[in-house]
Design a protein around this ligand. Structure first.
Ligand SMILES: [Zn+2]
Length: 181
């Protein structure tokens, strides 16, 4: 009987199929159309959740950020908390710490100090005391990533990506490969 040789499955990252709605959401965000962008990210997050796609959390955080930029603070806070709670449930405390601190900084910058404190206490409640935030995992020699994903146009931050190898990171929105310059 002919047996197929074992082929390592190609990382999904390399062949990400970018949903048009994601590209649209990123365009709306970049254009400053925050309320419409938030709606699109929320829809994408719901879809990701239904498919068990772990990018749901990042999409919720992005939706929350847009709602807050659009002045819709309570909805934005609900999105942020949901996204952070999902990350906490997955036990990814480094990612939680990074995402939470970024939300706190952005809320504080907008004068939303009560909301920033709310996120701070959420983090305190879920991050175990034994966890010490370490340096962000990444390549030994930090490489400069493009500011947006070539696949979906999503904003790329080196502390929010997973590195596939020394020169390639995975887009947190579409899973596409983002190569360091
Ligand atoms: Zn992308």
């Amino acid at each position: 009987m002919f047996r197929r040789p074992f082929v390592r499955p190609m990382r999904r990252a390399m062949m990400a199929d970018v949903p048009p709605l994601l590209r649209r959401a990123n365009e709306l965000m970049a254009a400053g159309n925050y309320a419409a962008a938030a709606e699109a990210y929320e829809q994408l997050a719901r879809g990701a959740q239904m498919r068990g796609n772990p990018r749901d959390a990042q999409l919720l955080l992005q939706a929350g950020r847009c709602r807050i930029l659009a002045g819709q603070v309570p909805v934005g806070m609900a999105n942020l908390k949901q996204g952070l709670t999902i990350i906490a449930g997955r036990g990814n405390y480094q990612n939680l710490q990074n995402a939470g601190q970024r939300a706190i900084a952005e809320l504080t910058q907008r004068g939303l100090t009560a909301e920033a404190a709310e996120i701070e206490s959420l983090l305190k409640g879920v991050i175990p005391a034994s966890f010490a935030a370490g340096p962000v995992a990444g390549p030994a020699k930090p490489r400069l990533l493009p500011t947006s994903c070539p696949g979906c146009g999503g904003p790329i931050r080196s502390d929010e990506v997973e590195w596939v190898d020394e020169a390639t990171a995975e887009c947190p929105f579409c899973g596409g490969a983002v190569r360091a310059e």
